[in-house]
Design a protein around this ligand. Structure first.
Ligand SMILES: Nc1ncnc2c1ncn2[C@@H]1O[C@H](COP(=O)(O)OP(=O)(O)OP(=O)(O)O)[C@@H](O)[C@H]1O
Length: 310
């Protein structure tokens, strides 16, 4: 488990991380979400002892990272897949990590097989694609078979196969009882990967909840209705519901379920051409959670459109 308590980091005048407190439980994949510049990487760096907190603390399995004699056995991390010596082979890169942490060299071939890099292991890293580098970075994180794993934006730049592979891998880690913290600014991806989400903005905690809780925090289900008689339909729905008019013959209704709207239409003899609940996504939840906070509105919009572009 990872415990972050009152964690704060100030760079010059910038409060990159601001009094952040949350726990990351074992046996789950926890998404660490926030727009660019929210402070995710800085938080992870402090958990890994790479940055010193201005205030507060971060611990892994009850100890500070810097107190572990063989940290790779306790925490595996992928922070920046680009930060590998380009002239080394994949296997060479892993052997150095193993040696410096007292890990048997036989483990190197095990993790190479686990990430599917057998064929590329003797090639130099400079010839690796981004996806191969991500795989190698994950192999390095797994070297010490650690109970806690941290990944900073692991799906960035991966193709669909790579993303699917990572999703399955992370689920497997959580099912084995490991603690898995994965940062991303892609809400849609987290909806598929994570059991819980910790959302931050401008270094501060916005929410710490499970996916169901985040979706449940929305204003309730919305229903899309298409009818040639939208005015009559609106009248039949009454004043208790809230609705918008996305198109000339369309209503989007909050406050009633699709079945109730169908029954009302039937009772009033109004023909319906379409009736469906609008699936709500984590993206919607993220927006609705943060739009009340003026401080974050600009950042949230940036993040969502940024995510949509990728
Ligand atoms: N070494 C540093 N010196 C000065 N400012 C920094 C440093 N590292 C990060 N910052 C600032 O701290 C803030 C948080 O940055 P951080 O990289 O932690 O955010 P992030 O959520 O990981 O963003 P991204 O999604 O873009 O990776 C930003 O304003 C950034 O400019």
């Amino acid at each position: 488990m990872i415990r972050v308590s009152g964690l704060t980091k100030v760079y010059g005048g910038v409060r990159a991380v601001d009094d952040l407190t949350f726990d990351v439980e074992s046996g789950k994949v926890t998404g660490f979400l926030g727009p660019n510049g929210a402070g995710k990487s800085t938080t992870m760096r402090m958990v890994l002892g790479l940055d010193r907190p201005t205030a507060g603390s971060a611990s892994v399995s009850g100890r500070r990272y810097t107190d572990f004699p063989a940290p790779l056995r306790e925490v595996g991390a992928l922070l920046d897949a680009g930060a590998m010596h380009p002239g080394r082979t994949g296997r060479g890169h892993l052997r150095i990590g193993a040696r410096s942490n007292g890990i048997p060299l036989a483990r190197v071939d095990e993790v190479i097989a686990q990430v599917g890099l057998e064929k590329a292991a003797t090639r130099r890293v400079k010839g690796y694609s981004l996806g191969m580098r991500q795989r190698l970075g994950i192999a390095a994180a797994l070297l010490g078979d650690p109970p806690v794993l941290l990944f900073d934006e692991p799906v960035n730049g991966l193709d669909l196969d790579g993303v699917r592979w990572i999703r399955t891998l992370f689920r497997g880690f959580a099912d084995e009882g490991r603690t898995v913290l994965v940062s991303s600014h892609l809400m849609s991806e987290m909806q598929l990967i994570a059991d819980r989400v910790v959302v931050i903005g401008r270094g501060r905690l916005i929410t710490d909840t499970d996916i169901a809780g985040m979706l449940g925090g929305l204003s309730g289900p919305r229903v899309r209705v298409r009818t040639p008689r939208p005015e009559d339909m609106a009248g039949a729905l009454g004043s208790e519901v809230t609705m918008t008019r996305p198109g000339p013959d369309e209503l989007e209704v909050a406050g009633l379920r699709a079945s109730e709207i169908g029954d009302l239409a039937h009772a009033h003899g109004i023909p319906l051409h379409h009736l469906a609940e609008v699936e709500q996504s984590l993206e919607d939840a993220y927006l609705s959670l943060t739009e009340g906070s003026v401080e974050h509105v600009g950042h949230v919009s940036d993040a969502v459109s940024d995510g949509a572009r990728r």
